[in-house]
Design a protein around this ligand. Structure first.
Ligand code: FES
Length: 170
């Protein structure tokens, strides 16, 4: 027998980026019409949309998995494969931007030649940006392969990113 209160699906992992996706669905009252906007939220936050993400979204928005899959493969702006091996997501929401992420963006461009959405030619590192990852209290925030880093000065953040890139590229 069906219960009247719908159970909220749990996101595929504790990765903070799911909060962005959840916020998009919530804002649209979990309407099936939010499918494309939600897929964009996943693409922008993770750089790609995998089967797990599709299942979560289709269950949450009550659309069939095949429809979600069909929409994802139809539009060129969606990718089902990860861009780079490692993903640096920089929050460019107001709180993070004014606390130094504008400078971090400049640093990443200078140091690694990456604009938001780009991947290095060796496929090791992708840069993504998000408008708010829901951790404004930690501004400025960067998410390094799903791990939130924040409350650092610009210099400290640059050091942290450099260390991460160097360790991950070995
Ligand atoms: S503006 Fe960066 S976490 Fe909210």
């Amino acid at each position: 027998m069906k219960t009247k209160i719908a159970e909220k699906n749990a996101p595929p992992s504790n990765d903070r980026r799911w909060k962005i996706v959840d916020a998009t669905m919530k804002k649209n009252n979990y309407s099936s019409r939010a499918l494309i906007e939600t897929l964009h939220a996943v693409q922008d936050s993770f750089g790609f949309i995998d089967n797990e993400a599709l299942k979560y979204i289709s269950d949450s928005l009550h659309v069939s998995n095949s429809k979600a899959y069909g929409v994802t493969t139809f539009y060129n702006s969606f990718s089902m494969k990860p861009a780079g091996e490692h993903v640096l997501l920089l929050c460019t929401g107001t709180a993070c931007y004014v606390k130094g992420n504008d400078k971090i963006l400049d640093f990443i461009k200078e140091e690694y030649g990456l604009e938001p959405g780009d991947t290095t030619p060796d496929n090791k590192l992708s840069l993504l940006t998000a408008r708010c990852v829901g951790a404004c209290g930690l501004a400025p925030v960067a998410v390094l392969d799903g791990n939130v880093v924040g409350k650092l000065s610009v210099e400290e953040m640059i050091e942290r990113i450099k260390e991460w890139v160097e360790n991950e590229q070995d």
